[in-house]
Design a protein around this ligand. Structure first.
Ligand code: MEV
Length: 437
């Protein structure tokens, strides 16, 4: 049994690896080799990665793929996408090409406000608290002046601070609820720093307040931004005449559009389907979010909360046919940044932002939303026509071949064979064995 370890973070990288291998990996030398194989030869670059987090022992690669032909608001983009799932980039590219021939994506940022809260308990009289907060409000702004000065120069800052009464849900519980404009940064550090200052002011002022006659203290529980950002919304839309959707001789544009709208309706009313439907949207969103060094956990948490805002988890996307026009759209909360965080640190993130022509945070919201809509379109298009497995398995073929150490020659022959045969895991193995025999 491995014992608890103390002072682990003080060990050198190689000592950490030795400890790991001895305690968890049966002293396997090849485990050490694997970890080392992923170190970067460029020591400076490796050090940069080592210092992103604590206890780094190696790097963990994901592929960076490109999805070209995204026509968004009349401008062509090539999207950098970081993702491990084999069919996602191909699907995004295909959908992008399809819509580039039908007017492209129309996107628009609806609003761009972030939210933060100071959660606190107060046992006194509510009208006194209201008066007290009103009186001390300027002090909140004064206290954060050193933090907000720069943000204000860029046109952002604190938009408002209000008192929220939550005592009906939890006894004595109130919030300071603040909106922020963080311009091109995601703004987590900025918001949290402001909130912690508000909390200090709140507690200090309460102690000397003459308004709070009941003499009770304010007990701050915590101060933190919210990753639920329903006021940081972006809209993406595609549309075209129904007849332009004709798939091939098997399905008319009208049939396709009707079946598509029905598939979206199912996701709107059926949570089991909605989760998978939205997972497809997030395939596109997360891949761009990761490539651009943004916080995909924050985005995921906020998006799914938004998908259940009316009490039932539902589809993020919607579709309609009106007067012969097919319309497919989505409004989605995306708190993204193009400055700060990893954006100026991680060389691949910098490059990804260069590929996108250095977008503002708002532009990145629009691009990312288009990626999500494209991905959902591609998934539904497959689901209602050929089924998803045809495309998936085509992309998965290479994974199976790699798993079985296929040579380049074998890969070429297998790809050729499976352009005319159905791909399943067992059919690939069977064919590979035949080839090798
Ligand atoms: C797979 O990663 C995503 C899909 O399941 C999405 C969907 O079902 O809409 C294909």
């Amino acid at each position: 049994m491995t014992k608890a370890v103390s002072g682990f973070s003080k060990l050198t990288k190689i000592q950490k690896i030795e400890w790991l291998v001895k305690n968890y990996l049966d002293d396997r030398a090849e485990a050490i080799d694997t970890l080392k194989k992923y170190w970067n030869d460029d020591e400076k670059l490796q050090q940069l990665h080592d210092e992103f987090i604590e206890n780094t022992v190696s790097n963990f690669y994901l592929p960076l793929g490109l999805a070209p032909n995204f026509l968004i608001n009349e401008r062509y983009y090539t999207l950098p996408m970081v993702i491990e799932e084999s069919s996602v980039v191909a699907a995004a590219s295909k959908a992008a090409k399809f819509w580039s021939e039908r007017g492209g994506f129309k996107t628009r940022v609806i609003n761009n406000k972030k939210i933060g809260q100071v959660h606190f308990m107060f046992q006194g009289k509510k009208p006194e608290l209201q008066q007290f907060i009103k009186n001390i409000k300027p002090k909140f702004y004064d206290a954060v002046r050193p933090i907000t000065a720069n943000m204000e120069k860029r046109g952002g800052g604190i938009l408002d601070i209000s008192l929220v009464d939550k005592t009906a849900e939890l006894e004595n519980y109130y919030q300071l609820f603040a909106h922020f404009d963080t311009r091109d940064s995601m703004g987590a550090n900025f918001i949290n720093s402001c909130l912690e200052k508000f909390a200090e002011v709140l507690q200090a002022e309460a102690k000397s307040s003459e308004i709070l006659t009941s003499g009770q203290d304010i007990q701050v529980v915590m101060s933190i931004l919210s990753n639920y950002v329903p006021e940081c919304l972006v809209r993406a839309e595609v549309s075209c005449p129904v007849e332009d959707l004709s798939e091939n001789s098997q399905m008319s544009g009208e049939e396709f559009a009707e079946k598509f709208v029905r598939a979206v309706k199912i996701a709107e009313i059926e949570p089991y389907r909605a989760v998978t439907h939205n997972k497809g949207v997030m395939n596109g969103i997360d891949a761009v979010v990761l490539a651009t060094g943004n916080d995909f956990r924050a985005v995921e948490a906020g998006v799914h909360a938004f998908a259940s805002k009316d009490g039932q988890y539902t589809s993020l996307t919607h579709a309609s046919i009106e007067n012969g026009i097919f319309k497919f759209w989505m409004e989605i909360p995306l708190a993204l940044g193009t400055v700060g965080g990893l954006t100026s640190l991680h060389p691949m993130v910098k490059l990804a932002l260069d590929i996108l022509q250095r977008p503002s945070a708002s532009e990145l919201m629009e691009i990312t939303a288009a990626a999500g809509l494209a991905q959902n379109f591609a998934a539904l298009r497959s689901l209602i026509t050929t089924g998803i497995q045809q495309g998936h398995m085509k992309m998965h073929l290479m994974n199976i071949l790699n798993q079985h150490q296929a040579t380049e020659q074998e890969k070429t022959e297998m790809i050729e064979f499976f352009t005319h045969h159905t791909i399943t895991h067992s059919s690939v193995i069977e064919q590979l064995e035949k080839l090798r025999a």
